[in-house]
Design a protein around this ligand. Structure first.
Ligand SMILES: [Zn+2]
Length: 258
């Protein structure tokens, strides 16, 4: 069984054919999918999808790019979803994104800290988006993240950074970017992190791996990520598929059978 640990299944890109996309995922052996939110509305949408389809789980939270649009009551609403819905297995995706100038860094940091506190108070793992913000992300985790566990989705940090994160209790998600021929660093990191900390994900509908690059991504393509990691590590693809699924079930606390 493949576990796509990060796919935005509520995205409008799937409005015309969502059931067919999920059917193709199933046919490709993807037995579990984690749908991460970016704000209150998408948190509700993830939960709604998890209610309707077997094998879908939700992460609820506020993405750094949405940090300046948080309305009063949003965080409380997200907390209630996490408390009441059994499909919610993580707080995410949350973190810092310094690729763009907005939202202001202080606003992003403030929301990130609140999301960490939410995860800690609910005893849930956290699904972190860290784009061009390694220093501040680590700083905040050191300061506020005692006892926290979770995942760095689409991991882009160094091998050195993984050492500290592994001690803290983190796992590392790899997307289609690891398949791109020019992703030297991601390939190096993915070939050397302990196998029991690696997750695979598509980040659908984004980051489509070859051979489908340029078109919409979907969970069925998560196999290409597993195959590339297997190639990099000199392992059997089935072995990578099995181990990454087991890692995903373990960090998100999902039972092996439904
Ligand atoms: Zn994402």
């Amino acid at each position: 069984m493949l576990f796509d640990t990060h796919c935005h299944l509520y995205d409008a890109a799937y409005d015309a054919d969502r059931s067919a996309v999920l059917e193709r995922a199933r046919a490709a052996g993807v037995g579990r999918m984690l749908c991460p939110a970016t704000d209150r509305q998408t948190s509700e949408a993830c939960v709604e999808l998890a209610r309707h389809y077997d094998g879908i789980y939700a992460a609820v939270g506020i993405h750094p790019q949405e940090a300046n649009r948080v309305q009063p009551g949003d965080i409380e609403a997200i907390r209630r979803l996490a408390e009441q819905e059994p499909s919610v297995v993580a707080i995410g995706e949350v973190g810092l994104d310094y690729h763009y100038d907005t939202p202001a860094r202080d606003v992003q940091k403030d929301v990130f800290v609140k999301m960490i506190q939410l995860a800690l108070s609910l005893d849930l793992p956290i699904d972190i988006h860290d784009r061009e913000a390694h220093g501040d992300t680590m700083e905040i985790l050191r300061q506020y993240g005692k006892g926290l566990r979770g995942v760095f989705h689409c991991y882009s940090g160094s091998l050195e950074m993984t050492t500290e994160l592994i001690r803290m209790g983190f796992y590392f998600g790899f997307t289609g970017t690891v398949v791109f021929p020019n992703s030297k660093r991601a390939k190096q990191v993915a070939s050397r992190i302990p196998m029991d900390r690696i997750l695979i994900e598509t980040d659908s509908p984004y980051l489509t791996p070859p051979p489908y690059r340029g078109s919409r991504n979907e969970p069925a393509y998560v196999r290409y990520v597993a195959e590339e990691i297997a190639r990099l590590r000199g392992l059997d693809a089935d072995c990578v598929i099995r181990k990454t699924a087991a890692n995903g079930l373990r960090i998100f606390g999902i039972a092996e059978t439904v």
